[in-house]
Design a protein around this ligand. Structure first.
Ligand SMILES: [Cu+2]
Length: 190
């Protein structure tokens, strides 16, 4: 029985608690293009028996069991992406961006940043392209209780199949070591 319980606990920690809500239209009157994506999960190491959509590569800064939620909301004026986290290291300044590919066991699996205007030189390091106006940055500093949040609004939306994850970085800004990744089913918007 003890064995069984340990198994259940392990599954809980690694479970893909992802809830994806896709609300299509339904708003009358305004003619607004209203839809949304919401996904949440608890981080687990890539070696977890039950893989999670949220993978941690640094258990000190992103412990297993820490929680993340990402929402995307599109309207007539563009797209808003927001993130909330719980269980991170209080006071630490995390970097975060939307990346192009889903997460994998290898932190590099998520590819580069989603860019509205794509830098012809990849991997992109040019500040004319690597900036929070041309990319979706969700940097935040964890509060005393380990929670954090960020949001970014742009007057553009994602191209189909080119935005697939949110990567957490050790430091803020446009680069830095990748310490965790959450695969998110972002929606394209024309
Ligand atoms: Cu990044």
């Amino acid at each position: 029985m003890g064995q069984e319980w340990a198994m259940v606990a392990g599954m809980w920690a690694g479970a893909v608690a992802a809830a994806v809500l896709a609300a299509g239209g339904g708003v009358s009157g305004g003619g607004a293009d209203c839809r949304g994506v919401r996904a949440e999960a608890r981080f687990a190491p890539p070696t977890a028996f039950i893989p999670s959509a949220a993978v941690t590569y640094d258990m000190r800064l992103v412990p297993a069991g820490a929680w993340i939620e990402v929402k995307q909301h599109g309207d007539g004026d563009g797209t808003t992406v927001s993130a909330r986290v719980k269980g991170l290291k209080p006071g630490h300044a995390y970097g975060a961006h939307v990346h192009r590919k889903p997460c994998g066991a290898d932190p590099e699996a998520a590819g580069g940043h989603y860019q509205h205007r794509v830098d012809p030189v990849q991997p992109s390091k040019n500040p004319a392209y690597v900036n929070p106006r041309n990319e979706v940055w969700l940097d935040f500093t964890a509060r005393a209780d380990g929670s954090g949040s960020a949001r970014a609004h742009h007057r553009w939306g994602f191209r189909p199949g080119e935005a697939a994850s949110v990567v957490l970085h050790r430091e803020q800004g446009g680069a830095g070591d990748r310490i965790a990744c959450f695969t998110v089913p972002f929606e394209p918007r024309g």
